[in-house]
Write a protein that binds this ligand. Structure first.
Ligand code: ATP
Ligand code: MG
Length: 1038
């Protein structure tokens, strides 16, 4: 059962109707037509109603929906049946055929084209060029055949006037590799005459409307349709057909298919020749027949590449062989006209058959070896003229309707047979269904010796003049008792039938009245040999090729050719045999109205078609007891979620048992029968209920699947994230490790390097190790420093510490710290600095040591001082680890002032190169001095003084941890210093404050003042002068 269509569109399968009745069938058909659902299933048959409007249901997306799906999985569609046929062919290597039937205008040709498009679209996924070429040709051949074989009739603007059966060949992979077209009885009488409202074949109009001026001129044609007798009837007809555009499409298609230019040219010449032939008129001058408009003859001769006199002769005379003599028998005017028309029809028919043969030459399967390539399978598509009833029905309609009888018979046979076989196969009792079997009508037409065709052939074979009336008489006498045959003679009261002209056949599709006029002629299909010879002798090889039998000499006796009706009958029997040997699929087309309107659903017309197509019987047969059947496996696949015994998988011995359990679980056991491989369900309601139960369960299954799927997704995401994190972790480890390795590599052996690895460039660390790198560098620097320090003598250590202290305090604030030189400290005792007085100073220092018990001399130097009275005097300062002494060098270094170091709160120096230093004291009696040096002069000693003092204070008050690790002797020294400090009255934790400013702030006995430094060019040596805010230290400059 088709799904995805709600019931608002009616039932997608007629089998699911509650009661099989005509009203319900029609109501469903109408509802679906009105809702734009033109296709409905009857089991595996597709019923199609011509929508008479273009529907958006044949596109690529629709094709995708049907591709590879089972017939019932999707709403009814031509594609479903095309896919089913294709699948059967591909899966089971079965030859299949799709038989499209229905009356004229019901949509058979359109359906056949959609089916071919579908097959083309789903095959050749690997886009093999050769297969693409074949597909293209198969599709393109349609348009050429339609141009030459279709015509506008009163029923259909594009009515097929020939039958077409096309085989598409597939290789073992299921790709199309070629094809073959069989054509059946072209309605060639249309070439010379059409009923009112109808046209001849499209090709004539296309040539006249679409051919270029130049082409028409070369063919001696003019654009006006009404100039040509053969087509002027339909010349003025309005229709949607665009002949000019079609001409180009067909010309392109012929080119693509592979028609050579000279072949296409010949085709146009033949069409032109036919049009000119139609304009020929005959008159009789005495006994001699003449061509009235003789100037047309040379044109025809030129177009057919033959000689004018020969054309003229063929038209006016007939060559007859009487014994050994050959004579030219003159035509009567009537015979000449008959000959002309027969000639025109024959040329067109030959042309059409030649086109089909030519296409077949090109599309036929080539180089296929079944031993190499596997079995070559076919899908046949039959699009044949539909059943038709015209106002005037002649021999052609008789043949066409007979053809439809044959196909209906095949349908009945196969559909019933299949059904019957299925029940037998499955072991289900078969209940016979009554249906109308049209075999009786088929027999009426084709039975040997007794049938209409046999009687017609008999009549044609009679020697002497046989008329159509005589043929009718024979029918009356031989078929008078047949229930499906009647005539006026047999039923005098039937006024519809004309005496001696009409007979009626009660066809399966309705009663058709045929006029016997022309039956004999058309059946004989006489064409004078002269015409055949004429064209065989044409210098145009294409044309010559079309007429091989013209080769026969006049005297050669040939077997009487088979009549047209017998030829047709034989071709039909062969066709039916061919179809019967394949797995058939049916499309039953219905024409909704006679107005080509997309709106009108003509109940009466449709009901009639439903009736004669036997669709209701089809439904009944299909439902013969069981509306639905399915293999156990597929049934379970679809419905197993309904029962706990079958979901998700059953553990019963077989699928059949599982299906039984499922059905019993639902309580449907009385409505089903179990076949060998299939379950059969009697009423559609059961199926609907199963569908509903399934739909309910589907929601839960979907939720379940969503749940599982979401869980799966989340787990997948989690796993991915975890994996990513692991990768990141490993990568980080790797980066860290490689950094460490790199550091180790680069710093390997730094111990032995001269600079202890100072020059080694640090590798760039990963981000995470930046702080580590800082720490590592600090450790490294410390280590390097320790290595450097280790190499120094112990006596140098105080100096190094002082330099470090000076650097820490002053770096970047003062230019010259004097780091490069040795810091002697006690400059007053140094001879170079104080050549005359050093001798005097040393005893004073020793005396002070004894008296004040200092341990170390930190610094001594000559200075120039200024005091609060602005008195400037040269003095010396002497700094020990306990005191700062101010001395007078001129008085043998008499101590002028003693400041205990614990009273010293800080130092101030300027940021210039001068040697100004202010000692700040707790009692605000600052000492302002400028250091003097003699050797060398202007040596900078500020850095040394600051370093020594800062170092001293630091070590005294706040011993750094690093010192604790120093040698025991240093420790001793340190502990001593520390002890000493602890006995001081103010042993608070403090360090020496050092200010670097200009001007320098100071406090003289509590009075604030400043000392600013100025550079003067003519200043011989530094000197203090007073100014408003304090003092100026003028220093020499350059
Ligand atoms: N599926 C369709 N969608 C749209 N229009 C359609 C469809 N089928 C048929 N038609 C319309 O109906 C017209 C007649 O259809 P088509 O030529 O297929 O009829 P037919 O059954 O082949 O008739 P005949 O027996 O005279 O050849 C088409 O030209 C087209 O306009
Ligand atoms: Mg058609």
């Amino acid at each position: 059962m088709a799904e995805q269509e709600s019931l608002e569109f009616g039932k997608a399968d007629f089998v699911l109707m509650d009661t099989v009745s005509m009203p319900e069938f029609m109501a469903n058909l109408r509802l679906r037509f009105e809702k734009g659902r033109i296709y409905t299933f009857i089991g595996e048959v597709v019923v199609s109603v011509n929508p008479y409007k273009s529907l958006n249901i044949y596109g690529r997306d629709t094709i995708e929906q049907y591709k590879g799906r089972e017939l019932y999985e999707r709403p009814p569609h031509l594609f479903a049946i095309a896919d089913a046929a294709y699948k059967a062919m591909k899966r089971r290597s079965k030859d299949t055929c799709i038989v499209i039937s229905g009356e004229s205008g019901a949509g058979k040709t359109e359906a056949s084209k959609y089916i071919m498009q579908y097959i083309a679209a789903i095959t050749n996924p690997s886009q093999r060029a050769e297969v693409e070429r074949v597909k293209n040709m198969l599709l393109k051949s349609n348009c050429v055949l339609e141009a030459f074989g279709n015509a506008k009739t009163n029923r259909n603007d594009n009515s097929s006037r020939f039958g077409k059966y096309m085989d598409i060949n597939f290789d073992f992979k299921g790709d199309p590799i070629g094809g073959h077209i069989n054509n059946y009885l072209l309605e060639k009488s249309r070439v010379i005459v059409q009923q009112p409202g109808e046209r001849s074949f499209h090709s004539f109009y296309q040539l006249l409307q679409g051919g270029s001026e130049q082409m028409l001129r070369s063919l001696h044609l003019q654009k006006s349709l009404s100039s040509y007798n053969y087509i002027h009837v339909g010349a003025q007809l309005k229709s949607s057909i665009n002949d000019a555009a079609e001409f180009k499409v067909v010309a392109d298609a012929m080119k693509v298919i592979g028609f050579k230019p000279e072949e296409t040219q010949t085709v146009y010449k033949i069409l032109a020749a036919i049009l000119h032939l139609g304009n020929l008129k005959f008159v009789v001058d005495g006994d001699t027949p003449l061509i009235e408009n003789g100037k047309v003859v040379p044109i025809i001769a030129e177009l057919l590449s033959t000689k004018t006199d020969m054309v003229e002769k063929a038209l006016l005379y007939r060559t007859v062989a009487t014994g050994r003599d050959i004579i030219d028998k003159q035509h009567t005017e009537q015979e000449a006209s008959y000959g002309r028309d027969a000639f025109a029809k024959a040329i067109y028919e030959r042309l059409f058959c030649w086109i089909v043969t030519r296409i077949n030459d090109i599309i036929e399967v080539k180089n296929y070896d079944t031993t190499i390539h596997g079995k070559n399978t076919v899908i046949g598509v039959l699009d044949i003229y539909g059943f038709e009833i015209f106002d005037n029905n002649s021999f052609e309609q008789f043949c066409i309707n007979y053809c439809n009888e044959k196909l209906q018979q095949l349908f009945i046979q196969l559909v019933l047979k299949q059904e019957q076989e299925e029940y037998e196969r499955e072991g289900i009792p078969w209940k016979h269904i009554d249906y109308f079997n049209n075999q009786i009508i088929v027999d009426l037409v084709e039975q040997q010796h007794k049938g209409i065709i046999a009687i017609l052939d008999d009549a044609c074979m009679n020697v002497g003049k046989v008329t159509d009336e005589m043929f009718l008489e024979a029918l009356n006498s031989k078929l008078g008792k047949h229930g499906h045959f009647s005539s006026r003679k047999l039923c005098a009261s039937d006024k519809i039938l004309e005496f001696d002209r009409d007979f009626r056949i009660r066809h399966y599709a309705g009663d058709v009245v045929y006029s016997v006029i022309g039956f004999i002629d058309k059946n004989k299909d006489t064409l004078f040999q002269d015409f055949k010879r004429l064209l065989y002798n044409s210098s145009n090889p294409v044309l010559k090729n079309m007429w091989p039998e013209g080769k026969l000499s006049i005297t050669e006796v040939t077997k009487r050719p088979l009549t047209a009706a017998t030829l047709f009958k034989n071709s039909m029997i062969a066709l039916v045999d061919n179809l019967a040997s394949k797995e058939p699929y049916y499309v039953r087309c219905i024409k909704p109205n006679d107005k080509k309107s997309p709106q009108i659903f003509d109940d009466e017309r449709c009901r009639h078609q439903v009736e004669y197509l036997g669709l209701l019987e089809n439904v009944r047969v299909r439902r013969a007891g069981f509306a639905f059947r399915q293999t156990y496996e597929k049934f379970l696949h679809r419905y197993k979620m309904i029962s706990e015994f079958t979901w998700p998988n059953h553990d019963l011995p077989s699928d059949k048992e599982a299906v039984k359990k499922l059905i019993e679980h639902c309580g449907f056991q009385d409505d089903v029968a179990y076949g060998k491989t299939k379950i059969f369900i009697r009423t559609p309601r059961t199926l609907f209920t199963l569908e509903e139960l399934r739909a309910q369960m589907l929601i839960r299954i979907v939720l379940f699947l969503q749940k599982v799927w979401r869980g799966t997704l989340a787990r997948m995401r989690y796993k991915r994230t975890k994996a990513a994190l692991t990768i990141i972790r490993y990568y980080r480890h790797y980066k860290v490790k490689s950094y460490i390795h790199e550091v180790a590599r680069r710093f390997h052996g730094v111990k032995t390097m001269k600079d202890h690895g100072k020059h080694v460039k640090w590798p760039t660390p990963p981000k995470v190790l930046r702080r580590f790198e800082e720490a590592l560098q600090a450790i490294f620097n410390r280590w390097r420093a320790s290595q450097l320090i280790k190499s120094l003598p112990a006596s140098d250590l105080p100096q190094v510490r002082a330099k470090v202290a000076a650097m820490e305090m002053l770096k970047g604030q003062r230019a010259d710290l004097g780091l490069q030189r040795a810091w002697e400290g006690n400059y007053l005792a140094s001879k170079p600095d104080t050549p005359q007085t050093s001798g005097t100073f040393v005893p004073v220092a020793n005396e002070l040591k004894r008296k004040d018990k200092y341990m170390n001399i930190l610094f001594s130097c000559h200075v120039r001082k200024v005091n609060r009275f602005s008195k400037v005097e040269d003095r010396a300062i002497f700094v020990t680890d306990r005191h700062l002494y101010k001395m007078d060098p001129t008085k043998q270094y008499k101590v002028m002032k003693t400041i205990p170091l614990y009273n010293l709160t800080g130092l101030s120096v300027s940021n210039g190169k001068d040697q100004l230093v202010v000692f700040h004291t707790k009692d605000n009696k600052d000492l302002i001095v400028c250091l003097f040096s003699k050797q060398p002069t202007h040596e900078s000693r500020i850095g040394e003084l600051v370093g020594v003092l800062v170092n001293h204070f630091k070590r005294c008050k706040d011993p750094s941890p690093s010192l604790r690790t120093t040698t025991p002797s240093v420790m001793l020294l340190f502990s001593w210093t520390s002890d000493r400090c602890s006995v001081e009255p103010t042993n608070e934790k403090r360090h020496l404050q050092v200010n670097v400013t200009n001007p320098v702030q100071c406090s003289l006995h509590g009075k604030k003042c400043t000392v600013s430094v100025e550079t003067r060019i003519n200043q011989p040596e530094p000197d203090f002068t007073k100014n408003r805010s304090g003092f100026i230290l003028s220093v020499p400059g350059n």
